[in-house]
Design a protein around this ligand. Sequence first.
Ligand code: FAD
Length: 433
Amino acid sequence: MSTQSMQHDPASETAGQISPEGVAPACAWDETFDVVVVGGGSAGIAVTASLLRRQPGLKIAVVEPRDTHDYQPAWTLVGGGLFDVDRTRRAMNEVMPKGVTWIRAAVARIEPDENRVRLENGEAVPYRDLVVAAGLRLAWERIEGLEQALGKYGVTSNYRRDLAPYTWELVRSMRSGTALFTQPAMPIKCAGAPQKAMYLSCDHWRRAGALERINVEFNTDGAVLFGVAAFVPSLMKYVHRYRANLAFRSNLVAVDGPGKLAYFDVKDAAGETTRVAKPFEMLHVVPPQVAPDFVRDSQLADAAGWFEVDHATLRHPRYANVFALGDVCSAPNAKTAAAARKQAVIVASNLLAMRSGLPMPSRYDGYGACPLTVERGKVVLAEFGYGGKLLPTFPLDPTKPSKLAWLLKAKLLPWFYWNGMLKAREWLTGKHA
Ligand code: FAD
């Protein structure tokens, strides 16, 4: 483990003292943190910044193994040749809020009855309150042959930063043949991203005069194009414009890279499943997505493995000093950075109120946003909450593609992410408790 402290360096004191059995003594860290935040991604950094803005003296440790932080929402644009991939990553210590202790390690398990997390090297980190923001795990291995094929043979995914430029390379060079786009079972992060990849690819082929020679097919495990019905008519217009075929209940299960064949389990109306092989020149895959193993295997998970929270307060229903937000949590919102931006404010205000013995002041309405990049220069800005309730930020028809929403997605939001959301500038969150 490496430890980087913005305050002091406990690594030089007590951390790292592993017993001969390989398990650290119960308190390898001699201090109990006011708050331990697990994960330094979009949600973890945003909530840490929001906590510190409200209570600057709070002793917070962020447990995060990676030394870089990614702005994932721009990877779709990278795959469409419309954003520089280098602008999607910053050093973790650049985004880590000042004054926190960054424990550069992964959590192996949570021990909520002892109020501590156990790191992968066996050390324990005690807390008074815990916030879990560990994101989700992309389960590439659940599609046979996929891991060996990615980055070669025309097989790509905007869900990996290193492969998004390969998507663009494939799109740019394709002049004819079959392009398959896939979407796994929900929930996934940014449910619109599988089709965004298709729309931006088609838009390029249309502009390049190649679209009529390219057979485009969207294979989705689902039975509808998008989960919130109000947005479907606008999206269908683009499906028709791009002459894309929709294959519902068609789930990618295996890939033969060298043979350029994708295998789908296709369910009919009676529930019967047939395996179908489809040849491709280009295959854009979105992998199945699951909660991290240390969450799935813990008593804090719900039946599906996600970190269980009350959907309104984002607090764990059985452990009053434990909260979760971001992709890892069980709330049935669209898993997006936009959701994490609002959840950070809910968790920070509720956690601090709870610490002071006050009622929790904030309730989450399930807000999430998915800017659907339907063509270069236009976005359908799908903003909605629990139950698919439309929650538009701006007084425009949210179901129609707009240039303003494109400007927001491609220019303003990346800037706002680094300079606003990660720095507790809680604009348009509707909460300032
Ligand atoms: P992450 O940002 O993934 O961070 C999780 C962090 O937890 C990581 O840093 C990880 O290292 C850490 N971690 C994991 N395990 C452990 C452990 N055991 N111990 C300690 N730390 C751990 N959102 C939008 O709002 N709009 C969009 O247009 C959009 N488009 C997207 C397009 C693509 C292609 C992708 C991939 C995502 C998109 N998203 C979009 C979704 C958005 O990026 C995520 O919802 C958001 O990053 C979730 O934040 P998070 O902190 O929960 O997870």
